[in-house]
Design a protein around this ligand. Structure first.
Ligand code: SF4
Length: 415
């Protein structure tokens, strides 16, 4: 799953109706070693899952050739502006990038190789829906240097997949993992969702066992969210489904952490577990607030404290980029103050098991976090939620279920 934009302190600015922002000022306009990661958004899916609020559309693959031409143009514009880039990580998400027919998938890979310097790349991930993955797709990806695949498994229980309105079945996941490995791609993530209506501790445990049996390197386990304006939320409001009780959600979260730790997958972020050394490097760049560029409709980027987001509409995106005078399709731009940047960095670092290192934080931001957070430390003193040491601050396992509240307090302290 693509990561959400970090919680903003102030609402982003919007340009006048129908207009777009320019790319922000670049520090290094010829070559830019400061860009650590790049994200590419492919917004097509077979169907729209009922819980999903990412920007994606069901079908409309007839728009894919224009979208790929626009992506290539956006990449060219960014490289002209920021300088040539040699990122450590590339992440192609969506949507379902593997829904692209093989010639178009090949076209996308060729575009990336034409424009990006791959010499520093050590992780190249693509997201895949298990039923959109075949041997041709795997071969194209492996030949292009993709070395990590994130499959949306979500559950291994058919009735739970039905509640989510996923259009794959559990057998598709095992088959997709086999095909990826056969092609030589052996770094596999499985996305799973817990607290699905009707789920029990037994069925969740069954899904975890099925996932572990496939020997992935990484597992992302998210509690089901009822996002505004999704069919799932409408079904909840109309009484057609019932949300899992909070007590069950807490039990499932605790069970996940204990079971996966025992299986050799320590938690390294609130929702993410990995074999040691197999943590997602791309997402670690987000959580360390590194500079990252992003292309595609709805994609958001961050560079030196400026965050911006592309228009979440395929037509407007392609029209802007394929015009006689192409321009970046940016509809939101946010300039963070030094204090806001520091607050967001603190929140992102505290999502990680490693937490916030006091001295490194001060070195990077010029801000004494211990001083700023003194009241927060006092508020949670003795509750077992904070691991406070002379070197660092981290959330404990016990804090994970109330992490939203604690992180909101941390952000507010940087006000
Ligand atoms: S496959 Fe992923 S991006 Fe597409 S609708 Fe489902 S959850 Fe959303």
């Amino acid at each position: 799953m693509p990561l959400a934009t970090p919680s903003a302190v102030h609402l982003p600015l919007r340009p006048p109706a129908g207009q777009f922002y320019d790319l922000p000022h670049s520090l290094r306009p010829r070559t830019n070693p400061g860009v650590m990661a790049i994200y590419i958004h492919i917004p097509f899916c077979t169907v729209k899952c009922h819980y999903c609020d990412f920007f994606s559309v069901a079908g409309h693959l007839d728009q894919a050739p224009a979208l790929l031409a626009a992506l290539a143009m956006e990449l060219r514009l960014q490289i002209q502006h920021f300088g040539s880039i040699s990122p450590e990580t590339i992440f192609i998400g969506g949507g379902t990038p593997t829904l692209l027919p093989p010639p178009l998938l090949q076209n996308l890979m060729t575009t990336l190789h034409q424009h990006i310097d791959f010499s520093a790349l050590d992780e190249f991930t693509i997201e895949a829906n298990p039923n959109t993955f075949d041997a041709d797709c795997a071969a194209i990806l492996h030949a292009a240097g993709v070395n990590r695949i994130s499959f949306g498994a979500q559950s291994f229980v058919p009735t739970e997949l039905l509640v989510l309105q996923r259009d794959h079945n559990p057998d598709n996941v095992a088959q997709a993992v086999r095909l990826a490995r056969a092609a030589g791609i052996d770094n596999i993530n499985l996305d799973l969702i817990f607290a699905i209506p009707g789920q029990t501790q037994n069925t969740w445990d069954y899904s975890l066992n099925q996932a572990l049996a496939l020997e992935p390197q990484h597992l992302s386990c998210y509690a089901l969210m009822y996002e505004p304006n999704t069919p799932l939320t409408a079904r909840l409001k109309s009484g057609h489904i019932q949300a899992a009780p909070e007590s069950l959600e807490i039990t499932l979260a605790q069970h996940t952490q204990a079971k996966l730790a025992a299986a050799g997958f320590p938690r390294y972020e609130i929702s993410n577990y990995a074999r040691p050394g197999r943590e997602c490097r791309h997402n670690l760049h987000y959580w360390h607030s590194s500079n990252h560029l992003a292309i595609g409709p709805s994609a958001w980027a961050h560079y030196q404290g400026i965050r911006w987001k592309n228009v979440p509409a395929i037509n407007r995106y392609t029209t802007a980029l394929l015009a006689d005078t192409p321009r970046p399709p940016i509809i939101e731009m946010e300039h963070l103050s030094a204090r806001q940047r520091a607050g967001e960095l603190a929140v992102l670092l505290l999502r990680l098991r490693t937490g916030l290192h006091w001295m490194e934080f001060q070195h990077r931001t010029g801000i004494n976090a211990a001083q700023i957070l003194s009241q927060v430390l006092q508020k949670y003193d003795g509750l077992g939620y904070l691991d406070v040491g002379p070197q660092h601050l981290a959330l404990t396992d016990q804090a994970m279920m109330v992490s939203d509240t604690i992180l909101a307090d941390v952000l507010a302290a940087f006000g």
